[in-house]
Design a protein. Sequence first.
Lengths: 218, 218
Amino acid sequence: MTTHRTDPIQLPVSDAIVLAPGVALQGTRRRFVRNEEVFGEGEAADHLYRVVAGVVRTIRFSCDGRRQILAFHFPGDVFGLEAGPRHGYAAEAVTDASVAVVRRSMIETAAARDPLAAQGLLRLVTSHLTQSQEHVLVLGRKGAGERVAAFLLQLADRVRPDIDLPMSRADIADYLALTIETVSRAFTQMERDQAIDLPTSRHVVLRNRGALEQLQAA
Amino acid sequence: MTTHRTDPIQLPVSDAIVLAPGVALQGTRRRFVRNEEVFGEGEAADHLYRVVAGVVRTIRFSCDGRRQILAFHFPGDVFGLEAGPRHGYAAEAVTDASVAVVRRSMIETAAARDPLAAQGLLRLVTSHLTQSQEHVLVLGRKGAGERVAAFLLQLADRVRPDIDLPMSRADIADYLALTIETVSRAFTQMERDQAIDLPTSRHVVLRNRGALEQLQAA
DNA sequence: CGCTCGATTGAGCCGCGTCAAAGTGCGTGG
DNA sequence: CCACGCACTTTGACGCGGCTCAATCGAGCG
């Protein structure tokens, strides 16, 4: 999970990748329909991507074919950065999405030329690392209810108590390493506890944030 | 887990941090005894560290105080890189350890001056990110036996079928998000299956690598 | 209106955590 | 050198949380 804007009023997100104030790389825009692959695991990693509109997930498959979602990427978020020449994970559109694409070589020359760009790039990857470590902590040390509560709080992040989930129960389950049934039960339980409202399965209203925070506290 | 050398013949590891060929930063050496804290969660993050000898773990605590080990760092590995001004996790010596320390400001000026240094730094963080994502996959999608098998294979990594575990069962458990009992049972089971030998609890001999790899395959 | 896909709910089971009790190795001091 | 103590590991019995399997429900859409 990279940022967590489900803004009804979308910030204007251009199709440039901004590495630092004053350092922006113009990209070409590509559109993807729901569940379309942006890039596949093992493909050459010679582009960098930025979500303009919609939501994108990055995923890996374990040897036996079970899916693990590594992160959800919201408008403004950058994804696709890799150490090696090939992608170690795949990316897919969660919703219809618009994505800005920049050649990796462009990034690299910009970073080589401008220290500020290099610094911005580093900051980007470092923040992804921090988020991945948080993910490890959640999967390692939290129970089912706690994971779902933490997930909702991440999405709500700011004052907004109203969340329009862009992803299915299956996506949530594969992100939190649970089953759809368990996620569903967690939602129902939280509704029963007056912590949230569920007008529809994709629409969550935070009714009692304190209760959620307590629930989340592993 | 950053690298996985349990080399009996330790490579000579100097107390410099090498960001790129030709770009090395001299650090000061500090020694730590077993279980000593290298830095704490929340402390100012104005140093970068490199293991010279011994093993270091980075850890986070969940709200209820349960420990999650994020990574083990072996000689040559760099750790302590952070996005923000403060450490989001702590670091402790697993064994008596010798660590090279470099001021963060030194790193930053080197990266600002030399694009190769910046590139090396980026590569470093990116590889940490890849490893953290692998960790997510293991915790999310593997059962107990599979986790332990994957852990051992990581440690053995090369041809060396002989592993001298530098860490306790408790450390392994907190890295794999299991309990010491479950880790212990996994070891005994693997021994029963002729996959490994356990001359002592800290000494593992890989007897049947194929079996381990099959076990690891979730 | 009926089909289909996603979400919910229930029943039963199993893997791993919990609790408790030995067992093992190592360092220390007598 | 041996005896003791302590920390770590192993092993067993048992319970519970989350997975599996299965049925039902509900919403969007042709």
